[in-house]
Design a protein around this ligand. Structure first.
Ligand code: TXA
Ligand code: MG
Length: 325
C-alpha cells in the first residue's frame, strides 16, 4: 500500500533505500528517485511505462549545483538560475561525470531544475544530492497536481507520496536548451519566452513538435480519455453552442471547458470552469481534464486562453492533449 504523508525524513529514507517518492513541486507532482542509483532510475521508467530513451530532469538544491552536474556551463546558465531558481525553469547543459547514462538515455546533456515548493526543497536539501523527478503520471497521460492524483496514476508503484497540497503553477516547467546555439526553448511554461529574452536576447523557440530534440515532447501527450475539440480563444457564444449541438447530435456525453459563461448552453453539458486569466487556467487545467474523465465526458469542447505569454504554454498542452495519432 502506498502511504501518503508529510514526513521529509521518511521520504529521504525511502530515497536512500532506492525507493520512489511522489514529490510535490510548484509545477506538477514528480516521481522522485536517487539520480545516482541506476536501479532506482530504472524503477522510475518502469513505474511510468516510459521509454528508456526519454531523459529525466535532475532536481537540485540551487545554482551551485550547475557545475556539479553540468560541465562547460555557460555564464548565461548562472544568470538564469540566479534569477529564476528555485522556480519553474529547467536548464539543459552538458553533463558532468556525476550524471549517469540511465538518467540521460546516454545523451551528453542533462536537464537541471531547482523546484520552489518548500517540501521538494527540504527533501533535496536533506538528501544532499540530485533527484530525478519526471511528472508522476503514466506515460502520455495527464500530469498530477495533487497527492491523490499521483496515487490514482501510479498506485503501488510509488512507495510514498508527500502531500504538499495543490500545485501552484499547474503545468510543467519551461525548458531552455543552453547547449544549442542560439539557445532555444524546448517546452513552454510559467517562465515566458519574453521574460527569458530579457537575459537571452537571441533565444529561439523550437518547433512545437520536436521529438528528436526533447524526446518527451511528443505531439500526443497530456491526454485525458475524453477526446478534445479545441475552439479558437475568441470563440463566440454562438460558436460554442453550435459545437456543443453538433456533439450532442452524435449522442456523446459533452463537456465544456471555457473561461466565459456561455449564454444558451444546453443543460446536459458538463460545464468545467478554468478560472480566469492564464495563471488560473494553467493552475487548474490538469485537474479539470481529470474531472472531465471522472464525470464520464466523452467529448470535451475547450476554449483556450489567448496564445501568448503563459497562455501559449497552456495552448501547447491543450494541442498535445487534443492530438490523436
Ligand atoms: O515541471 C517539471 O519540469 C516537472 C516537475 C516534476 O519538476 N517534471 C517534468 O519532467 O515535467 P518530465 O520527465 O515529465 O519532462 C521532462 C522533459 C521531457 O520532455 C524530457 O524529454 C526532457 O524534459 N529532457 C530531460 N532531459 C533532457 C535532455 N538531456 N535532453 C533533452 N530533453 C530532455
Ligand atoms: Mg511528463
Amino acid at each position: 500500500m502506498t502511504t501518503i504523508g508529510t514526513d521529509i525524513h521518511e521520504a529521504v529514507d525511502v530515497l536512500r533505500a532506492g525507493g520512489l517518492v511522489g514529490l510535490p513541486t510548484e509545477t506538477v507532482y514528480g516521481l522522485a528517485a536517487d539520480a545516482a542509483s541506476p536501479d532506482a532510475v530504472r524503477r522510475v521508467f518502469a513505474a511510468k511505462g516510459r521509454p528508456a530513451d526519454h531523459p529525466l530532469i535532475v532536481h537540485v538544491a540551487g545554482p551551485s549545483d550547475l557545475d556539479r552536474y553540468g560541465r562547460d556551463v555557460p555564464a548565461v546558465a548562472h544568470v538564469l538560475a540566479d534569477r529564476w531558481w528555485p522556480g519553474p525553469l529547467t536548464l539543459l547543459v552538458r553533463r558532468s561525470d556525476a550524471v549517469s547514462d540511465a538518467v540521460t538515455g546516454g545523451r551528453d546533456t542533462v536537464a537541471l531544475r531547482s523546484p520552489a515548493h518548500p517540501m521538494a526543497h527540504a527533501v533535496i536539501a536533506a538528501f544532499g544530492a540530485g533527484l530525478v523527478a519526471p511528472s508522476a503520471n503514466r506515460f502520455g497521460k495527464v500530469s498530477p497536481t495533487s497527492a491523490a492524483d499521483v496515487v490514482a496514476e501510479l498506485g503501488d508503484a510509488v512507495d510514498l507520496v508527500l502531500d504538499g497540497g495543490r500545485c501552484r503553477v499547474g503545468i510543467e516547467s519551461t525548458i531552455v536548451d543552453l547547449v544549442a546555439q542560439p539557445p532555444r526553448v524546448l517546452r513552454a511554461g510559467h517562465v515566458t519566452i519574453d521574460q527569458l529574452r530579457e537575459d537571452v536576447p537571441d533565444l529561439e523557440v523550437a518547433p512545437a513538435a520536436a521529438p528528436a530534440i526533447a524526446p518527451g515532447m511528443l505531439a500526443a501527450h497530456y491526454a485525458p480519455d475524453a477526446r478534445i475539440v479545441l475552439l479558437p480563444p475568441d470563440a463566440s457564444d454562438d460558436e460554442v453552442v453550435a459545437a456543443v449541438a453538433r456533439s450532442l447530435a452524435e449522442g456523446r456525453r459533452v463537456g465544456l471547458l471555457a473561461p466565459q459563461a456561455v449564454v444558451g448552453l444546453d443543460r446536459r453539458v458538463v460545464a468545467l470552469d478554468p478560472a480566469g486569466p492564464p495563471e488560473g487556467y494553467a493552475q487548474v487545467l490538469y485537474a479539470r481534464l481529470r474531472e472531465a474523465d471522472a464525470r464520464g465526458v466523452e467529448l470535451l469542447i475547450v476554449v483556450p486562453p489567448p496564445d501568448e505569454g503563459l497562455g501559449a504554454a497552456v495552448v501547447d498542452r491543450l494541442r498535445r492533449a487534443a492530438h490523436r495519432d
